[in-house]
Ligand binder design. Sequence first.
Ligand SMILES: NC(=O)c1ccc[n+]([C@@H]2O[C@H](COP(=O)([O-])OP(=O)(O)OC[C@H]3O[C@@H](n4cnc5c(N)ncnc54)[C@H](O)[C@@H]3O)[C@@H](O)[C@H]2O)c1
Length: 437
Amino acid sequence: MKIAIVGTGYVGLVTGTCFAEMGTDVCCVDIDARKIENLQKGVLPIYEPGLEEMVGRNAGAGRLHFTTRLEEVINEVDVLFSAVGTPPDEDGSADLKYVLDVARSVGRSMERYLLVVTKSTVPVGTAEKIKQAVREEQDKRGVSIPFDIASNPEFLKEGAAIKDFMSPDRVVVGVESEKAKELMSRLYRPFLLNNFRVIFMDVPSAEMTKYAANAMLATRISFMNDIANLCELTGADVNMVRTGIGTDIRIGNRFLYAGCGYGGSCFPKDVKALIKTAADNHYPLRILEAVEAVNEDQKQLLFKKLLKHFNGDVKGKRIAVWGLAFKPETDDIREAPSLALIDKLLEAGCRVSVYDPVAMPEARRCLGDAVEYANDIYHAAEDAEALLVVTDWKVFRIPTWSVIRKLMACPFILDGRNLYDKEELEVAGFTYHGIGR
Ligand SMILES: NC(=O)c1ccc[n+]([C@@H]2O[C@H](COP(=O)([O-])OP(=O)(O)OC[C@H]3O[C@@H](n4cnc5c(N)ncnc54)[C@H](O)[C@@H]3O)[C@@H](O)[C@H]2O)c1
């Protein structure tokens, strides 16, 4: 089977490459000519473990192609996935501009039956808008070419995207026809050999499933952050509480880590968009409104702790920040808690040195010369009066504390991801604060 993936960003590139890995002939399309030119040379726009090699292998085998010209491939494929971005609009709703642009391009160029699958995260009711946009373009041409739509939201995690795509917990597919169901079954059959589940449902339910999943995960994080803050006030340790509740199989142990807030390209915008969908339907989602408010406060927590430690006097102090990516194993800094923290530090007149194993080029694009970029964790800690740990990278887990102690001007550590043992650090001569301990 031949397929096209329109939008060769994070999701589109991983999706296209993984389908190619299973033997499908895939053409990845993007309007960003530079991105496509680079991909044709094997240069990837993102960092994702294992992806570069997989792209090279499949492109080399002639199963994975890259182009900017949708009209040249659309009539050679049976299924077209749309994986373009759905950034937040000013009012918090998902901006469907790119999704509808793709739908209109499809309506303008299609000459034969096509299954149009939405992989982007889109609010309930978007499939109807896509259908309408395709039909309007066909009407302008005076043609009526049959097509189906499907919703196939993506659940991959940045940093583990290939594994998540190749052996997912489940694949959710919303369909409206037997033909669409048959095509999607055929496409996902190679993955089925590994025994995972494809769950077919109606289109609105599939669209809602993606938002409900992200909202639930964000809720767990904010819930634990709220509990962590209460732990601090009452003398409990959130790590112990996490273990205590996570071993209950009704609760499970994932997504229960307290920290300095969630970020990334999905949770913040998807929580906002679901709140907006609810408001549009005159049903306030009170729990999610609280989830968002707790997260906004949590992103300020390290800065507040820093102020408290120095009695509000941080002007001119040199502060080291370890970790810029919104989570480990990615260079994605969209909505990263590190950025909210660095903003506050700079506003307060601190001098900031940063280190991240892969996100420094992305950070440089966004922060410019406002901070100093260190070569490694030790370099970042030099002369610092506080060290703030924001991302849970493996390379941060066992630093040589004796070296750090000598390098820092003041041995103060604020651990935004609860990576370290308080006692061990105190023995090593540091003042240490985690979250909820
Ligand atoms: N990043 C994730 O971890 C993740 C996970 C699950 C779902 N999603 C969802 O998937 C969607 C895509 O996210 P992403 O992170 O891959 O976005 P992205 O911004 O990395 O990529 C989007 C790509 O679409 C391209 N594009 C825009 N308009 C186009 C058009 N008309 N034709 C062709 N290409 C076009 C852009 O140039 C860009 O390369 C979003 O809805 C997102 O919410 C993302």
